[in-house]
Design a protein around this ligand. Structure first.
Ligand code: GLU
Length: 287
């Protein structure tokens, strides 16, 4: 945040289902933090997935948030409108030799990694680097032939280029800040752009937080480890880094993280069953 600028926060749901209690908690915590800091709260729709992001889900999200009593500053940013910016950043990383095309299917990646492979913080096997070693002419020929591919960060080169130490500013609910060390290397050669769109969640989120001048990110603890990778991408791309607060997740009655498909009733379902915004707020610890 530049000196004198007022804080900017954002709530950034992915429209691949209706909002549930976990989203409501995140949105309400963002609103409370924005009020405490005297900042603005933006809404960003993370609709990079062209198949799962359906227009009626985006409308549903806006309806749920309005019902909860949340108001957002400025226009809503949809990530689907930002593909050119993502492509430019992806191409810049590739041109600097920090990203490379990977033609391996998921099945090939899993098989190449073998039994009991080292895993990234999300539990996926670390990419064994098969396509990192492709000779430039093979790479060029396969790209020219239009072979499906993702783009991966070359983590070893990225860390040579930006050796760190990588530090993340974190803040608590009172807004007090401290720093922690980030360890981006544990993500290995992470995917920065998917087959179907010129970005992945990781690339889009850092570009948009910077483009929207977000100063304070409030999001669930399930994204805490990803912040290490985000911090490295920010350094590689020359972007300002926000401060972060990762809140505990709402658990279902089964003790598991809420997932739309399993144990999380949609806010719309709770509303249809007669729940009021005040009851939901109280249930999540807000008066
Ligand atoms: N779109 C992500 C989600 O719905 C959140 C991204 C973020 O807050 O950084 O889980």
């Amino acid at each position: 945040m530049s000196a004198g600028a007022s804080p900017v926060l954002r709530f950034a749901p992915s429209p691949n289902g209706r909002l549930h209690l976990g989203h409501a908690l995140s949105a309400l915590l963002n609103a409370r933090m924005a009020a405490r800091l005297g900042g603005r709260l933006l809404l960003r729709i993370e609709d990079i997935d062209p198949v799962r992001s359906r227009p009626e889900l985006i409308e549903g999200i806006e309806e749920d948030l309005a019902w909860l009593g949340l108001r957002f500053a400025g226009a809503t940013l949809r990530q689907s409108t930002r593909m050119e910016a993502y492509a430019e950043a992806r191409d810049g990383l590739a041109a600097s030799g920090l990203a490379y095309p990977c033609f391996c299917s998921r099945a090939v990646v899993a098989a190449a990694a073998g039994e009991g492979p080292p895993r990234d913080p999300d539990g996926s096997p670390l990419y064994p680097g098969t396509c990192r070693a492709l000779p430039p002419e093979t790479r060029a020929r396969r790209l020219a032939a239009g072979e499906a591919h993702v783009w991966r960060l070359d983590m070893a080169r990225a860390l040579e280029h930006a050796p760190g130490p990588h530090r993340i500013r974190v803040f608590d609910p009172d807004g007090c800040e401290e720093e922690r060390d980030a360890d981006p290397g544990r993500w290995g050669d992470a995917v920065i752009a998917r087959r179907d769109v010129p970005t992945s969640y990781h690339l889009a989120v850092v570009l948009d937080d910077a483009a929207q001048e977000v100063s304070h990110v409030v999001r669930g603890a399930d994204l805490e480890a990803a912040t290490d990778l985000h911090r490295l991408l920010q350094t590689l791309l020359g972007l300002d880094a926000p401060a972060y607060h990762h809140h505990p997740l709402v658990r279902g009655e089964d003790g598991e993280k809420l997932a739309k498909s399993r144990n999380a009733p949609a806010l719309a379902t709770l509303r249809a069953a007669g729940a009021t915004p005040a009851e939901l707020r109280a249930r999540l610890g807000f008066e």
